[in-house]
Ligand binder design. Sequence first.
Ligand code: DX5
Ligand code: ZN
Length: 224
Amino acid sequence: MKKIFIAPSLLSADFARLGEEVKDVVEAGADWIHFDVMDNHFVPNLTIGPCVLKAIRPYTSVDIDVHLMVEPVDALVGSFAEAGANWITFHAEACRHIDRTLQLIRSFGIHAGLALNPATPLSCLDYVLNKVDMVLLMSVNPGFGGQKFIPSCLSKIKAARKVLNQHESETGHMIRLEVDGGVKVANIAGIAAAGADTFVAGSAIFGQKGKDGYRQAMRSMRDE
Ligand code: DX5
Ligand code: ZN
């Protein structure tokens, strides 16, 4: 069975006790922590920045997967890298110089991800895959937790899987395929079958009660 790699999104955690939430969800089985950054410009919501990342960093040693929903992107990359990000993913739609931004992220010795909104074509990946460590396909329009998975994203995930497999067979370079938005116990098996290997889930995990609830949710996701 393929490993279901789970990155709980802190967006649905209790912001008044973020450090403990990080600890609890990792003890409950999370593989990564997904850290959503929103700027009220690229997306209509406002969340957390580098100082919050720095504050939670000592609470876990698992990778922190920073999802930048900000425009412009480059000026923030250094502060998130220094605050302890292991992965920084930005949106193709928010960036004029994708190739440059990918290089900038990697220059800090961390992994670079490229995110695409549901309506953005996969052709954005052409010519930059050699600099990408992860493709993040949004399966909701970004900005809020708790939205419904957009079904047409399944065929896009399948198509992306083909592209990434082909790239890997030609170059030996493995790229993660992460899906973010509306991932639940009930649909994760279908999303995995379409080809995703990394799953962001916010409300489906943090909507449960405490560490035991988080553990149960992630167990059910893996058992599906
Ligand atoms: C949405 C964020 C997601 C969000 C997912 O813009 O990027 O990471 O927290 O939340 P759920 O899993 O509740 O859809
Ligand atoms: Zn996200």
